[in-house]
Design a protein around this ligand. Structure first.
Ligand SMILES: Cc1cc2nc3c(=O)[nH]c(=O)nc-3n(C[C@H](O)[C@H](O)[C@H](O)COP(=O)(O)OP(=O)(O)OC[C@H]3O[C@@H](n4cnc5c(N)ncnc54)[C@H](O)[C@@H]3O)c2cc1C
Length: 550
């Protein structure tokens, strides 16, 4: 397998030589360092590499070059290598152009010349970019194949789980790939057994449960220890932040997550407002970075769903979906929210078979050349519309209100307005679903009356609710199920619980059970606030533990 490539570009040959030398010294073991002396030559090289099926990890280009500037080059390579990292190495005078290019050419970073010493001014930035790139890089496709049909909810769930856990697979749609039939016959299986997952080593899973799949792809499904200082339930931004702070501050930390780290944020195609990422970043990348960080700092991840918590003598015992238990001093509930179900007849019948809750990335490619419907008018729906507009022939957003202004950020409204294949239909909602075996038609209620439309792809983003019914009734919630904490708890709680202190800021009505992120009553539903709550919750965990040992 050839090494992935770093392509350095500069029209000044002595500068190019110097940068290539520095790159070879630090990255030569893992990457092939190529050079080009102009933007045009670099673009030609990139096209040839693409034809040969080689991987480019990073384009590092000078800005001011005759013929084609660095910004133009980096813009031009996006269609060839959309996942490659793109950085400018500019003279100070070009800094302004570089900053503008963060938006226009979606460059990931700009560095200033001279870059001496590279250990301080070059490598840290490139290390970070390459580490992020490596997260999505699957060097050797290990031959994992999913055989299924597009309209099977279980097939969809299998592909979604693999995709969200960054496991590369080839999807063989039985209706389109003769190879799928052949493979099934080889294993003496047929369409009744779908979905079937075939592994590179010859192993086969027939209609696997999420837990079976998790085990098979190497995720931990049994906790390493029986006791932890801190067990975090949910690995969305709040849980991941708590994991990072808990583990880095010496707490034995377990993070429990049944699906994939990232939570709702992991399904966001582009988060534009997260501090420190001027060009925005995908939720997938944020999740990958945070998971890597939590792992590196020593947090343990467990692929399980927590189904029950009980508290005994200052300990909390958490039961997992497979019946196993772990105990801890502190339990932090960071289970976020999930999409509300659409209360329309037929909706249940087509869930996973043409109608999906949230932005199902695994379906985006299947929607190529189709008309896709997005239901909802908030930011999540807007991001999904932008994302699907890259694949689908057209995207129609169905919004119940009279416009997007009240529910969506302005930057997204502007982006949507600039996409010719997105149409926003206001005062419109779905009132019926129909189809034979999968979704084929929807009925809309519009200001002009009812209308039928043909479609096989509807994605629902209509608000979200917490799932806290698995918690004991001693964990107080508001009427909608959001957990009450700190100052939101009833004022007589202290007397009732006979404790000598007020609950900490993010502590629930059960001492030692904390809450962070979207699942908390009154929380701001944003990534940064979830991360903030997850981080500060750990401070209160320390105070709680110190109080316990007094
Ligand atoms: C499509 C989309 C786009 C968005 N875009 C933006 C944006 O651009 N900017 C922004 O600031 N915010 C954005 N948001 C909102 C942001 O993602 C959320 O506010 C944030 O993810 C909340 O984090 P959280 O950790 O509290 O919960 P979540 O992200 O909801 O994570 C909760 C996790 O808990 C897990 N879980 C649930 N129940 C259990 C259980 N019983 N046991 C174990 N684990 C469990 C879930 O599987 C999930 O992974 C977006 C949301 C969506 C859906």
């Amino acid at each position: 397998m050839p090494k992935p490539i770093i392509l350095a570009v500069d029209d000044d040959t002595s500068v190019l030589e110097a940068v290539v030398q520095d790159l070879r010294r630090h990255y030569g073991q893992q990457y092939r360092i190529l050079r080009a002396a102009s933007g045009k030559a670099a673009l030609d090289t990139a096209e040839q590499l693409k034809e040969r099926g080689e991987q480019v990890a990073l384009f590092l280009s000078d800005q001011r070059m005759p013929g084609m500037t660095g910004v133009e080059l980096l813009e031009n390579v996006i269609p060839l290598y959309p996942d490659a990292k793109r950085a400018l190495l500019t003279a100070y005078a070009d800094t302004e152009a570089a900053i503008r290019a963060i938006n226009s050419a979606k460059i990931h970073y700009y560095l200033n010349k001279p870059w001496d010493p590279p250990e301080e001014k070059l490598y840290p930035v490139l290390d970070d970019l390459l580490e992020a790139w490596l997260q999505g890089y699957k060097p050797s496709f290990d031959g994992l194949r999913v055989i299924g049909t597009r309209w099977s909810p279980q097939d969809h769930a299998t592909r979604d789980f693999l995709g969200r856990n960054h496991v590369q697979y080839q999807w063989l749609n039985l209706e389109q790939h003769p190879e799928a039939t052949k493979l099934l016959e080889e294993h003496k299986l047929d369409a009744k057994n779908l979905p079937v997952v075939c592994f590179g080593n010859g192993d086969v899973l027939v209609q696997p449960s999420q837990l079976e799949l998790a085990q098979k792809i190497g995720l931990r499904t049994q906790a390493e220890q029986q006791f932890y200082d801190l067990v975090v339930i949910g690995a969305g931004p709040a849980g991941l932040a708590a994991g990072v702070y808990g583990a880095s501050e010496g707490l034995r930390t377990l993070i429990v997550e049944p699906e994939a780290p990232g939570g709702q944020a992991g399904s966001s195609s582009r988060i534009e407002n997260y501090l420190g990422f001027p060009q925005g970043l995908s939720g997938e990348e944020l999740a990958k970075r945070a998971t890597l960080q939590a792992n590196r700092l020593g947090a343990e991840f467990l692929t399980q769903r927590a189904t029950c918590v009980r508290s005994e003598n200052n300990y909390h015992i958490i039961t997992m979906a497979d019946g196993n238990e772990v105990s801890c001093h502190v339990c932090l509930v960071a289970t976020g929210v999930s999409y509300c179900k659409l209360d329309v007849s037929g909706a249940d019948r087509f869930t996973g078979a043409g109608m999906y809750y949230g932005a199902s990335m695994s379906e985006a490619i299947s929607c190529a050349n189709e008309e896709v419907y997005i239901v909802g008018g908030a930011n999540s729906a807007g991001q999904a519309a932008m994302h699907f507009s890259n694949y689908a022939a057209s995207v129609r957003m169905l919004v119940r209100g009279s416009g997007l202004e009240k529910s969506m950020s302005k930057y997204l409204i502007d982006q949507i307005a600039s996409r010719p294949n997105i149409t926003v239909e206001t005062q419109t909602e779905i009132v019926g679903f129909d189809g034979d075996g999968h979704l084929e038609c929807i009925t809309l209620k519009t200001p002009k009356g009812e209308e039928k439309r043909s479609t096989s792809s509807v994605f629902i983003f209509i608000g979200a609710a917490p799932k806290t019914d698995w918690l004991p009734s001693t964990v107080l919630t508001d009427a909608r199920g959001f957990i009450l904490a700190g100052p939101d708890l009833p004022s007589d709680l202290r007397a009732k619980l006979k404790i000598d202190r007020d609950p900490y800021l993010l502590e629930s009505s059960v001492p030692g059970i904390f809450v962070a992120g979207d699942v908390r009553h009154g929380s701001v539903k944003r990534c940064a606030s979830a991360v903030g709550e997850g981080s500060i919750a750990v401070q209160f965990v320390h105070q709680y533990l110190a109080n316990l040992s007094r």
